[in-house]
Design a binder for this molecule. Structure first.
Ligand SMILES: [Zn+2]
Length: 469
């Protein structure tokens, strides 16, 4: 088995070992899967791979559903769930390191209060599908050997609203050179490859993610002229636009600022980057992936601890069993059409409650009454990760507190993120050089404090006590 197949098989095995809760209903629903693997290279070329975080999900909430308490997951695409799950895993790993555990992925770096990855350890990102947004704009000629996703008319707004995976649009050359879009019903085309062989037809996969405000709109012309490439895009939501950038954009951003996020960067001497990105069997174009993920290749002038790390890009020949195409081709055609699964599964290699299943950004199955209470929130929501971070500060105490957190009066999530100066500088450099149109998150949604550290009884961080009540 080649490396990319081994990696995808490991992820599929972990996925299959998880309980049914939050997984698609067989034959009726599909989902997207993503994961982070820890790679340990030992002397003598032996390599050990371990899935440390995993996510599924297809949905994204709109602006009006976002919460100022940090208790809702805005973006539940599998890639984002996997990344947040990985941050949760890293928080626990850092906690172990602070307590002197030699089994942590982190070991002390030379700067006081800073940590680095233990030698030989790296991380690889897996996704069962081409990330939404720019990487999904794939000419069909590049992927004709791949199973073709369903064809829907542009007017089928439900599809673009709900689906993050590529859509495909089919065009036919009409007499007089005018191209007309073919409207092919689900029933006539599913499982029927006849139209693909028609040499008059040229196809383009498209993404449901629209370009960000201020960027040129897609020309929506025939075939390859439908989309502009290289643009920042926002994810489709349910009827209203979201503020969440496409997964292609987020992956590109992580090649510069790292995937650890602002909070963890306080403790790290160097940002964490994925060594490789592996995509499962699906419509895929190496060229489109490179175009989308390598957009930050020329960034210069980054602060210490940050540099451009373009991951190796690989595709596996193994398909995810709950992918859209697999579900469609293995379903009884008399049944209703398959739909994306509304739940998102988060799992990571932590000691307590590794599994976290959400729907609409909250824990799945909570009553309406419980919404807004700690019981309803995901363990990978902003406020929960913030709590874990504050616990790290308590464990670090005075002696192991990083420089960026010393003698500062910080209280809100926003404060602690802004105090990560290196991270913020790297982000400013990236934004000014490559992504000037990247929308800023509304500040009022980031000003929340932790429940357990809320004023007025909050310990004063300058006193470096940080202990929880
Ligand atoms: Zn996505």
């Amino acid at each position: 088995m080649c490396e990319s197949d081994e990696i995808s098989q490991l992820v599929y095995d972990v996925y299959l070992s998880l309980p049914r809760k939050g997984k698609p209903e067989a034959g009726l629903q599909w989902t997207l899967l993503a994961a982070v693997l820890k790679i340990t290279e030992k002397t003598g070329h032996s390599v050990h791979r371990e899935v440390v975080a995993l996510g599924t999900g297809t949905k994204c909430i709109g602006r009006s559903a976002m919460s100022p308490r940090g208790d809702v997951l805005n973006d539940s695409h599998a890639e984002v769930i996997a990344r947040r799950s990985c941050v949760r895993y890293l928080m626990e790993q850092l906690c172990l390191a602070l307590r002197g555990d030699q089994n942590s992925v982190f070991c002390p770096a030379n700067q006081n209060g800073k940590w680095k990855l233990r030698p030989g350890i790296s991380f690889v990102f897996f996704t069962s599908h081409t990330p939404c947004g720019d990487a999904s704009i794939v000419p069909m000629t590049d992927s004709q050997v791949q199973p073709c996703p369903p064809i829907r008319s542009e007017e089928d707004s439900e599809a673009t609203n709900q689906d993050s995976e590529m859509e495909s649009v089919r065009w036919r050359e009409e007499s007089g050179g005018v191209r007309k879009k073919l409207k092919v019903s689900e029933e006539t085309q599913s499982g029927n490859a006849a139209a693909v062989e028609d040499c008059d037809v040229s196809d383009v996969h498209r993404t449901g993610a629209k370009s960000v405000p201020g960027a040129p709109a897609d020309p929506k012309g025939p075939g390859l002229m439908y989309h502009s490439v290289g643009l920042l895009r926002v994810k489709p939501g349910r009827g209203e636009p979201t503020l969440s950038l496409s997964c292609s954009d987020k992956l590109a951003r992580w090649t510069v600022v790292g995937f650890q996020g602002a909070l963890l960067s306080h403790f790290l001497q160097e940002a964490l980057y994925f060594k490789a990105v592996v995509v499962g069997k699906c419509p895929y174009s190496q060229q489109a992936m490179e175009r989308a993920l390598n957009r930050c290749g020329q960034v210069c002038g980054l602060p210490e601890g940050f540099s451009v790390h373009l991951p190796e890009l690989m595709q596996s020949s193994l398909e995810f069993i709950h992918s859209r195409t697999h579900t469609q081709t293995h379903t009884d055609h008399t049944q209703a059409r398959v739909v994306p699964c509304g739940a998102a599964v988060s799992w990571c290699a932590v000691s307590k409650q590794p599994l976290d299943v959400t729907a609409n950004g909250y824990k799945q199955g909570v009553t309406k009454k419980a919404l807004g209470t700690p019981r309803a929130r995901s363990l990978i929501s902003k406020v929960e990760l913030f709590d874990s971070f504050l616990e790290l500060l308590a464990v670090a105490g005075d002696s192991q507190l990083p420089e960026s957190l010393r003698c500062k009066k910080l209280s809100s999530y926003w404060d602690y993120k802004q105090a990560a100066e290196g991270y913020q500088q790297a982000w400013d450099v990236l934004r000014s050089q490559v992504f000037p149109l990247w929308p800023r998150s509304p500040r009022e949604l980031l000003l929340f404090c932790s429940d357990s550290h809320s004023a007025p009884n909050r310990p004063d961080p300058s006193s470096a006590t940080h202990s929880r009540p």
